[in-house]
Design a protein around this ligand. Structure first.
Ligand SMILES: [Zn+2]
Ligand SMILES: [Zn+2]
Length: 342
């Protein structure tokens, strides 16, 4: 009785108000929700253990730099990990002349590269929310990997696991289960997740060129770094390449960590995903994470006009020139009802 009252009262109002958070009705609703979420987590965790998803297959014997220990703490090996080295390299900006144009170029590079992360790693390879031909598929995969976030098959396989077991013990980067640090970067620095289960990504794993690109995922980011240096010298290298790469890491990772903690919930999804305007701006639309967990097949993640989703806008424009095809839209229950009535 109470449960249905709280659902009917809050869902409609949340739908209308963009900045609503922490309201007493919402808190009231959460109390009821959480009981359901806990039960659902318990069931899905049990199911995950049964399936025993092998996320640590194919670990390269050469990659034994264990930056993060199993308990989530940093080990001294962190100091020689490439992720630390690129953070240290940003100090190079103090040894080159300052120019405002490099700051602007860094921000432009961040936006362009973030588009490839969200449009390609996430909306294409993880969720197949639109189609590309084989040429564009390879080219965009190359562009995405220039962000330094490993191979497209690796990225998508782990992301599919995240959706399958969101906020359960099997979720590789749940801040609810494993803490903010682990969900933000710990799981990436740990060698426990260097491998991936190829069964989760057979649809793209069948292409040999993608398997090659996935294996040699350093090639695109090294190419970009060298090109930046050749074109703009050390100033461009430190400001535009290193600076935008670091911003890109933390912009992307904020979705794994903060978007399951900070924001509002429009839908009663069985996880803790949130919608957040700030994160949506930083990530070109990925901050509408609760919408996304509800309609994970949909290319568009912002559902209302004010829910800005730049990635979707660009993908829509690319469809006008024939690069992207069959963009999948979210379908509300009312849409299905309309179809049935026709
Ligand atoms: Zn999520
Ligand atoms: Zn997703």
């Amino acid at each position: 009785m109470m449960y249905s009252w709280s659902r009917s009262l809050t869902r409609e109002k949340w739908w209308r108000c963009p900045f609503r958070a922490g309201h007493s009705e919402a808190i009231f609703r959460r109390k009821h929700e959480e009981a359901g979420i806990r039960e659902d987590r318990r069931r899905r965790t049990a199911r995950g253990k049964e399936n025993n998803v092998a996320t640590s297959q194919q670990v390269s014997p050469l990659r034994k730099l264990k930056a993060t220990r199993e308990d989530g703490r940093l080990s001294p090996m962190f100091l020689v990990h490439p992720f630390f080295l690129i953070h240290a390299a940003v100090l190079g900006i103090f040894f080159v002349p300052f120019r405002w144009k490099f700051v602007v170029l860094m921000l432009v590079a961040y936006v362009v590269r973030m588009f490839f992360v969200t449009a390609v790693y996430h909306r294409y390879f993880s969720h197949r929310s639109y189609k590309l031909n084989r040429f564009w598929q390879f080219l965009l995969a190359f562009a995405a990997e220039s962000s330094g976030q490993k191979g497209v098959l690796w990225w998508a396989a782990h992301h599919r696991t995240h959706h399958q077991y969101s906020d359960t013990e099997q979720d590789v980067h749940s801040p609810i289960w494993k803490g903010l640090w682990w969900s933000h970067v710990g799981w990436i620095l740990s060698t426990d997740f260097d491998g991936y289960d190829p069964r989760l990504i057979q649809d793209f794993g069948k292409y040999p060129e993608l398997r090659w690109l996935n294996k040699y995922h350093s090639v695109p980011i090294v190419t970009l770094g060298v090109l930046t240096w050749l074109l703009g010298g050390w100033s461009a290298f430190f400001w535009v390449f290193v600076g935008s790469t670091i911003l890109l890491y933390h912009g992307t990772f904020s979705i794994n960590s903060l978007s399951h903690l900070w924001g509002t919930r429009r839908f009663d999804t069985p996880d803790d995903s949130r919608n957040n305007f700030v994160l949506a701006l930083i990530t070109l639309g990925e901050g509408w994470h609760n919408n996304h967990h509800k309609f994970m097949y949909a290319c568009r993640q912002g559902m209302k006009w004010w829910e800005v989703d730049f990635t979707y806008y660009v993908l829509r424009m690319l469809s006008w020139v024939g690069i992207t095809r069959e963009i999948r839209e979210f379908r509300l229950p009312s849409d299905a009802a309309k179809d049935a009535a026709v």
